[in-house]
Write a protein that binds this ligand. Sequence first.
Ligand SMILES: CC(C)(COP(=O)(O)OP(=O)(O)OC[C@H]1O[C@@H](n2cnc3c(N)ncnc32)[C@H](O)[C@@H]1OP(=O)(O)O)[C@@H](O)C(=O)NCCC(=O)NCCS
Length: 331
Amino acid sequence: MTIMERIREKARRSLKRIVLPEGDEARTVRAAAICAAEGLAEPILLGEEDKIRAAAEKTGTDLTGLRMINPAQSPRLEAYADLLYELRRAKGLSREEAGRLAADPMYYGMLTVKTGDADGLVSGAVHTTGDMLRPALQIIKTKPGIHIVSSSFLMSCRNPDLGENGLLVYADCVVVPCPTAEELAEIAVSAAETARVLCGIEEPRVALLSFSTKGSARHELVDKVRRATEIAHGLAPELILDGEMQFDAALVPEVGALKAPGSPVAGRANVLIFPDLQSGNIGYKITQRIGGAECFAVLQGLASPCNDLSRGCSVEDIVNTVALTAVQAGA
Ligand SMILES: CC(C)(COP(=O)(O)OP(=O)(O)OC[C@H]1O[C@@H](n2cnc3c(N)ncnc32)[C@H](O)[C@@H]1OP(=O)(O)O)[C@@H](O)C(=O)NCCC(=O)NCCS
């Protein structure tokens, strides 16, 4: 069974309500119908009904049984606007502006999740990552005990000897451009949690990556990764975690034994923490494009799950992301 087959299987076990703010977008409508038909989630399409129906017609999609909400005409709009005003008034948001924003499907979707009227949100077929992340950070906010939202990529590699039977979790590859040591430590803890929840990895072994292994090089960037490792140990003492180490020392048993003898992680890591967004984003793309790995992205650290799509996404990508979001919601 592939990782995505396992995730879809898990999603089917408890039906979660996943709100889709880009409800009048053709791929999204098609994906929603597939999710409902396959029992992966109960999708909620946001948008004007006429536009949703036009998008459905374009793709030959049957909308029977799918929930549709037009935010601008919703009986919940005023209550959502009040909530948004409460959440953001200290940041200078006026009640009038809150009313206008709450009618926007992206904000309305976030408020649906915030109030528990939905369990999770998926968007990004039209909007950029920032368009979706900013309201998520402002409204959904972080989980208790977590201060930083980040991402994990589930990398399904061709070589079954790598990581957990070929599965690796990479973080952070999308959100935090230049994390502090404290933020890096939290990213490591969140990624281990993602590995447990989504990949079923019972024993995450987390490597904090650098261009140095255990003091082989001296630089302030290396010091930051070392400090992050110490902080992460404090945050999650039970977690099997080590750093700083190079990519090969983390993954290849012979190199790990040579460069970091006695490390519980070196040579057998299944969760890899990159020191910043440049290395993380480049790293996952190398693994995907040159290494031929399949990859699936999720956000982590939010109080309720919201996930982003690439604007070039396929219908299948949306279905997969809905399934991932549903599993996160059930965790
Ligand atoms: C995440 C991101 C959208 C934040 O945007 P921003 O314009 O910098 O937003 P702000 O700094 O105004 O922050 C908005 C709020 O979110 C909070 N915030 C920002 N980043 C956060 C994070 N990673 N985790 C938790 N909270 C965060 C801020 O503290 C602020 O809270 P407040 O308004 O309640 O005070 C921005 O960091 C970003 O664009 N990251 C890169 C995303 C990207 O383009 N990736 C491309 C790879 S595909």
